[in-house]
Design a protein around this ligand. Structure first.
Ligand code: HOZ
Length: 425
């Protein structure tokens, strides 16, 4: 679409100064064989690049922007808050309001600690689970991405999958050995781990809706099975709801699937587009955190006033407006339309969707785990991606990332996307 002369110039400059020209690997567009577009602005469901090309955006900053770009109420909250200063490194009134709202809306959370990213949230929840249980090992699922802390990079999805990095260089072997990796949706494999080491496993960490191998919903009984196994062996169940929190329902996946984790990690939407993470759970566990208990965790910008203002405003709007039925309707229209288009052209495909999270795999079988996601046809995805971009549709530049719908996507945007999909196949 249009030209990308300015993006190319900026990319060349960035390559000299920033590894790979980007501050997060998937943004580089390398896996789809293209160069990134440099984004200048966003409004509603659209972003505009430095060359003036306008795109319908299904990345939405990788999930935070459920209200779309530059939502007026979020901007207003930021403007008002900013006048009083940007950071104090001291408690503020809004943090309590934010904690109250999270506790009210997320079923399992009685107390919550704010941090600055999802990576910090999962890393800290793991430390807390180890402190609480006095055990070291954790179970994670292949293809689930829980941020980039050392022990959680084993068989991580997302960027690591995109670039075929099974385990990151630099992650100490001794630490990675504490992470047991099993296939997503495989309850029997989890049970075998506990049978083999009943007193060693501190926690299971799981994306209750996997969103970093593309989207893979939990099969019926999987999450409940994890809950039962953790309760049986005295391990903690950690739901990483950084993507699914306030996305698949206002109470996240735990509300949707009616399974109560011990700890929940949040991020993305709760920052309203600014950097925030959080982890929470019952008082008896959370009060093991310093300064009450002996598990240390801290952060200069934790609970940053601007981030809290944007996040709090976003959560209040979600509670006030309940956009979830409409998001469901629009996302279904998109998924159904894509499915119809691919079928009419005889293209093998799987569309996985939970609410406003979806992804497309070019495969004839179901995709329930990382191994199946990896087996799908990536070349077809790459050419689909390039053709969509050319027509003004900005998808995540990797088959292992989700598409995100916002309240700002209108029916006409979805129908236009479908027209483009028809031409892109
Ligand atoms: N791999 C991250 C999302 N799952 C990408 C985040 C980013 O590049 O901003």
């Amino acid at each position: 679409m249009g030209n990308n002369v300015v993006s190319e110039e900026l990319y060349a400059r960035a390559l000299e100064l920033i590894p790979g020209g980007v501050n997060s690997p998937v943004r580089a567009f390398r896996s789809v064989g293209l160069h990134p577009r440099f984004i200048k602005s966003g409004s509603g469901c659209r972003v505009v690049d430095e060359d003036g090309n306008s795109f319908i955006d299904y990345v939405c900053s990788w999930g935070p922007l459920i209200l779309g770009h530059a939502h007026p109420e979020v901007l207003e909250a930021l403007a008002v808050t900013m006048k009083d200063g940007t950071s104090f490194g001291a408690p503020t009134r809004r943090e309590i309001e934010m904690a109250e709202l999270i506790v009210e809306l997320v079923p399992s959370i009685e107390m919550v600690r704010l941090v600055s990213s999802g990576t910090e949230a999962t890393m800290s929840a793991i430390r807390l689970s180890r402190g609480y249980t006095g055990r070291d090992k954790i179970i994670k699922f292949s293809g689930c991405y829980h941020g980039h802390s050392d022990g959680l990079l084993a068989k991580a999805g997302s960027g690591a999958a995109t670039f075929s990095i099974p385990d990151s260089l630099g992650a100490p072997k001794a630490l990675v050995e504490q992470t047991i990796v099993v296939p997503y949706n495989d309850l029997e494999a989890v049970k075998s781990c506990f049978d083999a080491a009943p007193d060693d496993i501190a926690a299971i960490i799981v994306e209750p809706v996997a969103g970093n191998m593309g989207v893979a919903p939990p099969v019926p009984g999987f999450l409940k099975g994890l809950r039962d196994v953790c309760s049986k062996y005295g391990a903690l169940l950690i739901f990483d709801e950084v993507i699914s929190g306030f996305r698949v329902s206002i109470g996240g996946a735990q509300e949707l699937y009616k399974v109560t984790p011990d700890l929940t990690c949040l991020g993305k939407i709760i920052g309203g587009g600014l950097p925030v993470g959080a982890f929470g759970g019952p008082r008896r566990i959370m009060e093991l955190l310093a300064p009450v208990g002996g598990v240390y965790q801290a952060g200069t910008l934790s609970g940053n006033p601007l981030a809290v203002a944007a996040g709090l405003t976003t959560l209040k709007i979600l509670k006030r407006d309940n956009p979830y039925p409409l998001l469901e309707e629009k996302s279904q229209r998109l998924a159904d339309g894509l499915g119809k288009t691919f079928s009419s052209k005889g293209i093998n495909h799987v569309i996985n969707r939970v609410g406003s999270l979806l992804s497309v795999f070019f495969d004839s079988r179901s995709v329930c785990n990382y191994e199946e996601a990896m087996a799908a046809n990536r070349m077809s995805f790459n050419s689909f991606f390039a053709n969509m971009l050319d027509q003004g549709i900005y998808l995540a530049p990797s088959a292992f990332e989700a598409w995100f719908m916002s309240i700002a996507h209108k029916i006409e945007d979805i129908d236009y996307t479908l027209e483009c999909a028809e031409k892109s196949i």
